[in-house]
Design a protein around this ligand. Structure first.
Ligand code: NAD
Length: 347
C-alpha cells in the first residue's frame, strides 16, 4: 500500500493499494471517526462493491445506511443532491457522522457537495472506483453538481477526511470508462510529469501514486484555484464545452482528450508549441482509443465556453501547452480560441 499526503488547510491522506475496500472500515474510522455512515454509491457500483464496504465498516463499528443513486453524469444534478441530503436527514445523520462516496467522479463530486451542505458540513471519505476518480476527482476537494447552463456550476471546495483507492475495482470497469480515465493520466504528463509516459505500462499503483502526488503538490500550494491549480484544467475549457454539447454522450475524459489536442493546435497556431509535443500527446491518447479528431460545432462550443465558471466576460483563463511537462495559463479571448480551432477543422 502507498500513501500520499495532501497538505491542505485540513490535511488528509490518500491510500492506494490492492483490495483496500476489504479493510476500508478501519482506515475510515481512524481518519474520520463518527459512529454512523451513509454510503453513497450508484446503480452500477453498488451491486459490485457496496456489500464489501458495508461489511468492513460494520466490522470497524459503524452503523451503516446506504443511498444508491442512478449512474451517469445526467444525474449529477440538484434533484439527486436534494435526494441524498434528505435521506441523510431522514436517517438522522448527526454532525459527527460521515458520508462515504463509493464510485466514480459523479458519485464523488455529488457526495462531497452533499457532505459540504448537510448540517453546514459533515465529514466524508472518498472510495474512488474509476481510474478517473482515483487519479483526479477524489483528491483536491472540488465538489459539484451540473446545472442546465453548464457543468459543475454549483459546488464547494470541501476536502475529504481520507481517500482510499482500491485499484482492484478497475477490473470491472467497462473499457470506455477505463480509457476515459487515462485522458486525465495523460493530462498530468502534459502539465508536470513527463516521466508518466514511461510509467503507463508499469504497475498501476505507481502510476496512481505519481498522478496523485502531482495533484497533491499543486492543491497544497493553491487549494482554491487562484494560481497554479488552474493548470489542472488543461484540455478542460474546450473539453467541458464538448461534453455538454454532446448531451453527455461523450465521457468526461473523451472530451478532455479532444480538448487537449485542440489546445495544442491553438498553441501551434500561435507559434508557442515545441515541435513533437502534439504528436507525443496524440500517440499516448490513441493507445487508449481516445478520439483525437472530430467535428467542431463552433457556435455551440462558444456558448458553453462563455458559461464556463472560469470565464469572465469575453475572456477565459486558458491552459496553453508549451512542451511536454510545461503549460502556462493565459487570459484569452473566447472568440479567438473558437475561431482558430474552427478554421483548422471546418475549412
Ligand atoms: N472534482 C474534481 O476535481 C473532478 C476532476 C475530474 C473530473 N471530475 C468529474 O468526474 C466525473 C467523471 O468521473 P468518472 O469518469 O469516474 O464517471 P462516473 O462516475 O460516471 O463513472 C463512469 C461509469 O463507470 C461506472 N463505474 C464506476 N466504477 C465502476 C467499477 N469499478 N466497475 C464498473 N463500473 C463502474 C459508473 O457507474 C459509471 O457508469 C465528471 O462528472 C467530472 O466532472 C471531477
Amino acid at each position: 500500500m502507498r500513501t500520499v499526503h495532501v497538505q491542505t488547510a485540513e490535511p488528509y491522506d490518500v491510500y492506494i493499494g490492492a483490495d483496500l475496500l476489504s479493510e476500508c472500515g478501519q482506515i475510515i474510522n481512524k481518519a474520520a471517526g463518527g459512529s454512523k455512515a451513509m454510503i453513497v454509491s450508484d446503480s452500477n457500483v453498488a451491486p459490485l462493491y457496496l456489500e464489501k464496504v458495508v461489511k468492513s465498516m460494520e466490522a470497524a463499528g459503524y452503523e451503516c445506511v446506504s443511498k444508491v443513486i442512478n449512474a451517469g453524469e445526467e444525474h449529477k444534478n440538484f434533484a439527486t443532491l436534494v435526494d441524498i441530503v434528505e435521506t441523510a436527514a431522514a436517517e438522522r445523520l448527526s454532525r459527527k457522522d460521515i458520508m462515504v462516496a463509493l464510485g466514480g467522479g459523479v458519485v464523488g463530486d455529488i457526495t462531497g457537495f452533499a457532505a459540504a451542505v448537510y448540517m453546514r458540513g459533515i465529514g466524508y471519505v472518498q472510495l474512488p472506483t474509476t481510474v478517473l476518480a482515483a487519479v483526479d476527482s477524489s483528491v483536491g476537494g472540488k465538489t459539484a453538481v451540473d446545472l442546465p447552463m453548464g457543468k459543475n456550476l454549483a459546488g464547494a471546495f470541501y476536502q475529504p477526511k481520507a481517500v482510499i483507492c482500491d485499484y482492484d475495482c478497475f477490473d470491472t470497469l467497462p473499457d470506455r470508462d477505463r480509457n476515459s480515465g487515462y485522458a486525465e493520466v495523460i493530462k498530468y504528463a502534459m502539465i508536470r510529469g513527463t516521466e508518466i509516459f514511461d510509467m503507463l505500462d508499469g504497475p498501476v499503483e505507481n502510476l496512481i501514486a505519481k498522478c496523485i502526488t502531482i495533484k497533491a503538490v499543486i492543491v497544497s500550494e493553491d487549494e482554491h484555484e487562484s494560481g497554479v491549480r488552474q493548470l489542472l484544467n488543461f484540455g478542460h475549457t474546450i473539453g467541458h464545452a464538448l461534453e455538454q454539447n454532446s448531451g453527455y454522450t461523450m465521457l468526461h475524459g473523451e472530451a478532455v482528450a479532444r480538448g487537449m489536442v485542440y489546445a495544442c493546435e491553438l498553441a501551434e497556431a500561435k507559434g508557442k508549441l515545441a515541435e513533437g509535443t502534439k504528436k507525443t500527446l496524440i500517440d499516448a491518447l490513441l493507445r487508449y482509443n481516445l478520439d483525437v479528431d472530430g467535428a467542431f460545432d463552433a457556435e455551440a462550443i462558444e456558448g458553453y465556453m462563455r458559461n464556463d465558471k472560469k470565464a469572465g466576460g469575453d475572456k477565459v483563463n486558458f491552459v496553453m501547452p508549451e512542451r511536454i511537462g510545461a503549460c502556462t495559463v493565459e487570459r484569452m479571448d473566447i472568440g479567438e480560441i473558437v475561431g482558430v480551432i474552427n478554421e483548422l477543422h471546418n475549412c
